[in-house]
Design a protein around this ligand. Structure first.
Ligand code: ADP
Length: 260
């Protein structure tokens, strides 16, 4: 609480009391802390690849050029880190665009069939699934509809599907299921895998920007740590939500709940 006090006087300048104004700054402080954390996180995430790029370029300049093999190896690393920077910046831009549009109520929803959206998302991830030898199955009635923004929902399903494939073992299956919610008021789209799963203590924080259960593993897989934050914003921009249920070693199910 922030307090300000003003002494009050009557026309004879006699003191008649004190006016105290108390302002609850908890929320403001919390927002300020979130903003500060976010800027610190972004800076850190961008600095990591940049430091690596500088290190390898300096090494090349300092003489590794003598060995063509080393030079090529270092340049490969530089290229990979640049791709990483691009991925982080793309995700940050996506996130800020959705936030911006959500705050202006600028996201147009239209009643559409869900199945083609799931198929389009699968198409985007098909190469990755094939490389990892993961089979993806879609289970969604042809006629199922909901009020959606098609490119945004497709992006959300791509993010969930891409994670499911990343964290699944070869030879396993990922299911994308969509159906009316039990109360018949909405639609639930879930992406289920048989992968490494997520420990309980991580589950609540997964949807925060840059939160990862295993930093090294996520980076190695080219993750930006922003995928689920984007999914959460997309769900919210549809007036819906996203939840996770998972047990380590057995797999995870992420469920998007949308209104019909
Ligand atoms: P990333 O780019 O690191 O995948 P996300 O925001 O998409 O970032 O996910 C955050 C973290 O949640 C990941 O780093 C990973 O630890 C965990 N995660 C997400 N999806 C899954 C999944 N299907 N199975 C296991 N862990 C997952």
């Amino acid at each position: 609480l922030q307090a300000r006090a003003v002494a009050l006087h009557d026309s004879e300048n006699e003191s008649i009391g004190v006016l105290v104004v108390m302002t609850d700054v908890t929320r403001l402080n919390r927002l300020e802390n979130l903003r500060r954390d976010f800027v610190a996180n972004v800076s850190h995430e961008l600095k990591t690849p940049i430091t690596a790029i500088r290190g390898y370029v300096e090494t090349i300049l300092e003489g590794a050029l003598d060995s063509r093999e080393d030079t090529l190896r270092f340049l490969e690393i530089v290229k990979r880190q640049t791709t990483r920077l691009e991925a982080i910046i793309d995700d940050l831009l996506t996130l800020s665009r959705i936030e911006d549009r959500s705050s202006k109520d600028d996201i147009k929803l239209a009643r559409m069939r869900i199945r083609p959206v799931l198929e389009a998302a699968l198409q985007t991830c098909a190469v990755k699934a094939k490389e990892k030898d993961v089979v993806v199955e879609i289970d969604c009635h042809e006629s199922l509809e909901a009020r959606i923004n098609q490119p945004l929902l497709e992006q959300a399903v791509i993010n969930l599907l891409s994670n499911a494939i990343t964290y699944s073992p070869a030879g396993s299956t990922v299911w994308i299921r969509a159906r009316k919610s039990p109360d018949n008021e909405g639609v639930e789209i879930s992406v289920a895998d048989q992968g490494i799963g997520i420990a309980r203590e991580h589950q609540e924080r997964l949807f925060e920007r840059f939160y990862r259960c295993d930093k090294a593993r996520s980076r190695e897989q080219g993750g930006t740590g922003l995928g689920l934050a984007i999914v959460k914003h997309i769900a919210q921009s549809h007036g819906g939500s996203v939840t996770v249920s998972s047990s380590p070693g057995r797999g995870s199910v992420f469920t998007l709940k949308l209104k019909r």
